[in-house]
Design a protein around this ligand. Structure first.
Ligand code: WTA
Length: 677
């Protein structure tokens, strides 16, 4: 199956997508925040890094790879782009990711340094030093190996954000078994397709996790996923977290506390080639089938470590770093697990939601651990803004010295609030643009170097070549808008889509020749700084989570009531975008009395949660009689987005039947009629 990035604009679709709250005035943004002299004097990043990297980009990365990563066999080759778009970095070097993240810090005398301050939702805590982590990871690696997991085998991980999630990822890396973490909020259905695609041999899960003050089960979803058939899976390892009862399959299921606790605490990390796959992470694309993005070891670790050190100005001896992402997303992979641990950081991980048991929970955690660097998503910042400044103001946040943002465009007002209320008007903010595919941060200010502008990710990092181009791949002038592209390979670049090299080429490299097309729209301001404007394809961004319109449409039409569905991402003040679905019901259902509007909404929302996960639930489902289509049958989502955002409907002249939009608008104006359409 292949997918094409959204074709450019013959229908008059704007290159710049909707969404991006508050960005319409971006080119008139005048506020500037130069680094303070004190910060600049102590910063890890220096302005000369750009020139150094520009002079010899591969050489710059080779220097970083030697400096920040330990190799059991040093590499002599740096970049191999001869088989573009398939890339190899540091290919003749050998190393182990878990050794780099854990053991070498213990060997360097830092075994007593705290690696993880774990805070459970219910307030239970655990502290793991680097020495503890070395022991735990070694035990888990031995236990996995005893279950037959070997180098190259895939392990699916379906866990809450508890220390075992980090330990499991590192134990896999230690064996050279690529991990595939599936976010705990995904359904059994989603889990099943990911297990099947990766042909995982082991699944690591928990009885459950704590969510909004209650235990929330995970093991039943694994049982359900495996009941659909998963011939590759031989074992399921289960962490006891909540103590809730679980069904047990003898011979297949194994308790973590039995297998891991009994295992030896010494394990020799397996040396792998630099290009050995470290992990697969599934993400939404423009088709219904999620893509297994895979990353390899040497290049990924190099860029993870470099960016974490420089973008967050990490000082491993003194900083307390906290990235609020779950390990189910790329941000959790690179900036909870590999980046911070490679750099020997002390960090906080928190299992729960920001408002359990109260809306000051995050700020209480910052105060309790003296967090110095905080990395979170705009949607969280906007939610806290809505709750009010008086909540964070009750806590001592003076330890904070760098604030980061990721996952979606941050609107200038949220940026200003973050800086003022959370950062005490003192901290630099780094708005970091990157993707699951890029593996690590690509565009971001450097604290202590860059004069920041609220709302802009600004400049490609040293060693990264990004541009904004028009339909013909020509760079747009300052002040112009177009497509964000990456014009040179980078170390933590995805190496492909698991099992589907053609789809990799089609998705990222076919829109512009030999240039990586990111799927985002962007503008350059008068200084040439980059402003991200959201996706230009059929990918939505809800609370910083990537969702595919097609995937949700497929989920909707798999329900017996639904004949046809179209999904759009409508601007939402808090979540950036929200899922809005338009459905045509099957004739018999539409005529029946059972399906009133509320029942349809509820039934279909529950169905989407079951098929994909609660994060994909539409905010709104509108029952319509027709969908707007071009003569070639393509749904014109642009028009539906106008409806969903209560705008004047745009140019509908290319519709096969231009009266459709009137019908839809009329149907919406009379809500009672909606269900009988
Ligand atoms: C969006 C998350 C604007 C973008 C790391 C990208 C952003 C998608 C930013 C990738 C940012 C991420 N400003 N947009 N700072 N960071 N995005 O794969 O649309 O979950 O293509 O990776 O999120 O989402 P993903």
């Amino acid at each position: 199956m292949t997918e094409q990035p959204a074709a450019p604009t013959s229908t008059g679709d704007a290159v710049v997508p909707p969404g991006s709250p508050g960005l319409e005035n971006l080119l008139t943004e005048e506020r500037r925040f130069p680094p303070s002299p004190e910060f600049a004097a102590q910063a890890n990043a220096t302005p000369d890094a750009y020139a150094w990297a520009n002079a010899d980009r591969p050489g710059f990365w080779a220097d970083q790879a030697r400096e920040l990563v330990s190799w059991s066999t040093p590499f002599t080759q740096t970049l191999d782009w001869s088989d573009a778009p398939f890339v190899r970095w540091f290919a003749d070097g050998r190393l182990n990711a878990a050794y780099n993240a854990v053991d070498r810090h213990v060997e360097a005398g830092h075994g007593d340094r705290v690696a993880l301050h774990f805070e459970g939702e219910g307030g239970d805590t655990r502290t793991l030093t680097y020495a503890d982590l070395q022991r735990e990871v070694s035990k888990a690696a031995n236990a996995f190996a005893a279950l037959g997991v070997g180098t190259g085998d895939r392990v699916a991980i379906y866990l809450p954000l508890i220390p075992e999630a980090v330990i499991t990822m590192l134990a896999c890396a230690r064996i050279g078994a690529p991990h595939s973490v599936v976010f705990g909020g995904f359904s059994a259905e989603a889990l099943s397709s990911r297990i099947l695609d990766a042909e995982a041999t082991l699944v690591v899960t928990a009885d459950g996790g704590f969510r909004r003050g209650k235990p929330s089960a995970l093991k039943p979803a694994v049982d359900e996923a495996l009941a659909k058939g998963a011939p590759s899976v031989s074992h399921v390892m289960v962490v006891r977290r909540t103590g809730q009862p679980v069904d047990w399959t003898d011979g297949r299921d194994v308790w973590w506390h039995e297998a891991v606790d009994a295992a030896s605490a010494t394990h020799a990390p397996v040396d792998v080639e630099a290009e050995h796959p470290l992990f697969i992470l599934y993400t939404s694309g423009t088709t219904g089938k999620p893509k297994g993005i895979f990353h390899t070891t040497g290049g990924y670790l190099t860029q993870a470590a470099y960016t974490h050190l420089n973008v967050f100005d990490l000082k491993p001896e003194t900083d307390v770093y906290w990235c609020t992402a779950d390990v189910g997303w790329i941000t959790g992979h690179t900036y909870v697990v590999y980046g911070p641990l490679l750099n020997g950081a002390t960090q906080v991980i928190y299992e729960g939601t920001p408002d359990t048991p109260h809306r000051g929970r995050w700020w209480e955690i910052v105060q309790k651990y003296g967090v110095t660097i905080l990395y979170t998503a705009p949607t969280a910042i906007r939610t806290c803004m809505k709750w009010g400044a008086e909540i964070p103001e009750q806590f001592d946040l003076s330890s904070l010295r760098v604030l980061g943002s990721v996952g979606e465009p941050i609107n200038p007002e949220a940026w200003m609030w973050y800086r003022r209320v959370i950062g005490g008007d003192r901290t630099p903010i780094v708005d970091t643009w990157w993707q699951t595919e890029t593996g690590a941060i690509m565009i971001s200010p450097l604290p202590g170097v860059t004069e920041t502008k609220p709302g802009s990710a600004q400049v490609p990092l040293p060693g990264i070549a990004a541009d904004v181009v028009d339909d013909d791949a020509q760079p747009v002038p300052n002040g112009g808008g177009g497509y964000l592209v990456l014009t040179e390979p980078w170390p933590s670049m995805l190496r492909g889509i698991w099992g589907d090299p053609d789809r990799y080429k089609d998705t990222y490299w076919s829109r512009f020749r030999n240039i990586y097309f990111a799927g985002d729209g962007a503008k350059k301001d008068d200084d040439g700084d980059i402003w991200l404007l959201g996706r230009v394809d059929d990918v939505m961004n809800v609370s910083g989570h990537r969702l595919s319109t097609t995937e949700i449409e497929s989920a909707l039409v798999s329900h017996p009531w639904v004949a046809e569905a179209a999904v759009v991402g409508a601007t939402d003040e808090t979540t950036g975008q929200a899922v809005v679905a338009f459905v045509i019901l099957r004739g018999d259902v539409a005529e029946g009395h059972a399906a009133d509007a509320a029942t349809v909404q509820e039934t279909l929302r529950t169905h989407v949660a079951k098929e994909i996960g609660p994060i994909a639930k539409p905010r709104q489902i509108l029952v319509v009689a027709e969908l707007p289509k071009t003569r070639s049958g393509k749904i014109m989502r642009r028009l539906l987005r106008d409806v969903a955002e209560h705008r004047q409907v745009g140019d509908a002249t290319t519709l096969a039947d231009s009266s459709v939009m009137d019908l839809i608008a009329q149907g919406l104006a009379t809500p009672a009629a909606a269900s009988q359409d």
